[in-house]
Structure formats: structure tokens, C-alpha cells
Design a protein around this ligand. Structure first.
Ligand SMILES: C[S@@+](CC[C@H](N)C(=O)[O-])C[C@H]1O[C@@H](n2cnc3c(N)ncnc32)[C@H](O)[C@@H]1O
Length: 333
């Protein structure tokens, strides 16, 4: 049953794939940048594993508040930066030994009804990780029906996108859609009921809107590019993704950037002729083991990929070659 909106005090986020991450990047030393601080689980583990310093970035500063009690214990080994990882190279004062990105929202953000990320609890239709820019309500109420359908289809892989967009357009003509449960009900009204084991009918639509509100794919492409600029030769880039489009982008980025002239690439043949900028460390993505799945069911769709920077010069990345969904103008925010 749905809970009512309240300002909640969330349980701390449990770091995902931390054991395999630490095993893959050992021994940890030098300066690292954690682009997704959250509750600080990765940052703390990096500092305890031997990082000399960690620059910890998050667009949502609420995690910094929660971490205050332990963060001060690391003194000037830890610097907290409110910002987006898309421009992570602007927060550094020299080449980095490693960058970690643990994408998506934290369980603290998901569990706070007032943030509007969850279709299970009533809250304002907000979904912003930071506190600037348009909200999900702005998007749902102001985007034209076709463009809204494109967001649901391309960002959330929702096959019933046209039907849902039509239902949203009909409902908002009666009254603006301002809350999570009203939107969830509209979606439920036009989709078949979920069978046991299937996800809630609103899952993909909520994910698509959250991705659009926070420009998550644009941030990922920018962040990969910025990490390439910021890492020193031998530096590690580790990325944890939570759904197929994100994982495809990271996988293709690593493939393109590690390609050597002879192999070619059907995505960007002209880039394949250049010297490799990364060496792939994880041939296959690493997922949670049985122990982690039992401890933290939210880890089930997580995938970790790691690559090591070479000395080849950094350069721009073709978004389309990464498989990043690129919307028509009207659907962009
Ligand atoms: C899955 S959580 C990270 C959890 C963290 N690894 C931990 O152990 O606690 C993702 C965090 O990244 C932040 N985030 C997402 N996209 C971001 C971006 N583009 N720039 C900066 N922070 C971002 C979110 O606000 C959230 O706090």
C-alpha cells in the first residue's frame, strides 16, 4: 500500500559491487575522483584502501550532510565538491590515478518520498538529483505528446510509449499532473497488470523521466570524455551501470577507445585508426555474486566495467557511436 509524503530520514545507501571493484583496482594509491559520492561508500573505501586523496563529487549535496560525522576524520585527504561529473576534469589540480562512477540514484534518494523518484509512494513529481532545472512535472505537463512518447521509448525502452503518452496528454488536459501516484495510476490504467515476478508497469516510464530530467545520458558521455582527459597513463576508469542503455554506452566507449587500427569498428571507423586511449581490464562486465544479491537485492542489475588509460592523447567522443539515444529537438529539455 502507498505511504503518504513526508520528509523522511533515509537508510544509508549500501555500496554496490564494492568488493569486486576494490579487488580489480588494487593496489589503490594516488589521487582518485569519485564522481558519484552518494552516501560516500566508495569514497571511504578508496581512502581506506590507500588513496592519498579523494575528490568526491555529487550533484546532490544532501549526502555530504549525512557523511559529515566521518568525512571530517579524513582531513584534507577528502575534498567534497557539489557539481556534476560531466565536467569532472574541472575539479582536479593534476592528473588522476583513478575515477569511479556509480551511476543512477542512491537508495536514499529513491526512499525519500519528497524527492519524487518512486512510483510506490506519494510525492511531488520532481526527480531532480540537484535542485536546479525543470522537474518531472514540468516535463510531463509541458512536453508535446509525440516528444513525450519519444522520451519514454528511447530513454526507458518502454514499448507502450505512445499509449502512455496519449493517456498523459488526456489526463493533463483535465488537471496538471503534479504527483508520483497520479502519474503511476495513469500509466497503470493503460498497461496490463504486472504478472508475479514482473516489474511494476510504471517502472520504465519513471526511469525514462528521471533520465531526461537529469540528462543522465548526456552526463555519462561527457563524464567518460572528461575522465579520459583527467586520467594519467596507467590511471583506472571504473563505471557501475544499472540498465542496458548505460551499460551499452560504457561498453562501446571502452571498445572504441581501446580499438587499434587493424580491428576497425563499425561504430566509428575513423576513431579506430587512432592509438588506443584505454586498455580494457574487464573483458566481460562484472555483476553481483550470490552473497551480494542476498545482502542487497538492489544490486541485481548492476554491472562493473574497468579500463586503464594509456598515454594516447584524449579526444572528443561521437555520442551516436556510443549508442546514446539522441532525441529530436522538441523532446529535449
Ligand atoms: C548510486 S549513487 C552512488 C552511491 C555511492 N557509490 C555510495 O557508495 O554511496 C549515485 C549518486 O550519484 C549522484 N549523481 C548522479 N548523476 C550525477 C552526475 N551527473 N554528477 C554528479 N553526481 C551524480 C546521485 O546524486 C547519487 O548521489
Amino acid at each position: 500500500m502507498a505511504a503518504t509524503a513526508r520528509v523522511s530520514s533515509p537508510d544509508p545507501h549500501i555500496p554496490v559491487l564494492l568488493r569486486p571493484l576494490l579487488a580489480e583496482i588494487a593496489p589503490v594509491s594516488g589521487v582518485w575522483l569519485d564522481g558519484t559520492f552518494g552516501a560516500g561508500g566508495y569514497t571511504r573505501a578508496l581512502l581506506d584502501a590507500g588513496a592519498k586523496r579523494v575528490i568526491a563529487v555529487d550533484r546532490d549535496p544532501s549526502g555530504f550532510e549525512l557523511a559529515r560525522s566521518w568525512a571530517s576524520g579524513y582531513g584534507d585527504r577528502l575534498r567534497l565538491v557539489e557539481g556534476t561529473f560531466g565536467e569532472l576534469d574541472q575539479y582536479v589540480d593534476g592528473p588522476l590515478d583513478g575515477v569511479v562512477l556509480d551511476l543512477g540514484v542512491s537508495s536514499m534518494q529513491l526512499d525519500q518520498a519528497e524527492r519524487g523518484f518512486s512510483f510506490m509512494v506519494e510525492g511531488p513529481l520532481d526527480m531532480r538529483m540537484g535542485d536546479t532545472g525543470p522537474t518531472a512535472a514540468d516535463l510531463v505537463n509541458q512536453t508535446d505528446e509525440g516528444a513525450l512518447a519519444d522520451i519514454l521509448y528511447y530513454y526507458g525502452e518502454e514499448r507502450a510509449s505512445r499509449r502512455i503518452a496519449r493517456a498523459i496528454a488526456r489526463a493533463r488536459a483535465e488537471a496538471p499532473i503534479e504527483t508520483t501516484l497520479r502519474l503511476a495510476k495513469i500509466i497503470e490504467g493503460v498497461l496490463p497488470r504486472a504478472k508475479p515476478g514482473q516489474s511494476h508497469p510504471a517502472t520504465r516510464s519513471f526511469q525514462a523521466l528521471r533520465i531526461a530530467v537529469n540528462d543522465e545520458y548526456g552526463q555519462l558521455a561527457d563524464g567518460l570524455e572528461a575522465a579520459e582527459r583527467a586520467l594519467k597513463p596507467g590511471g583506472k576508469l571504473a563505471v557501475v551501470t544499472f540498465h542496458s542503455i548505460e551499460d551499452r554506452m560504457v561498453k562501446r566507449f571502452f571498445q572504441l577507445r581501446s580499438a587499434t587500427g587493424g580491428q576497425g569498428s563499425r561504430y566509428a571507423p575513423e576513431q579506430a585508426a587512432e592509438a588506443p586511449r584505454f586498455r580494457i581490464q574487464t573483458r566481460r562486465a562484472i555483476g553481483p555474486d550470490d552473497r551480494e544479491l542476498a545482502e542487497n537485492p538492489r544490486s541485481r542489475s548492476a554491472k562493473l566495467r574497468i579500463a586503464t588509460r594509456t598515454c594516447a592523447e584524449a579526444g572528443p567522443v561521437d555520442r551516436a557511436a556510443l549508442g546514446m539515444p539522441i532525441l529530436k529537438k522538441g523532446a529535449r529539455h
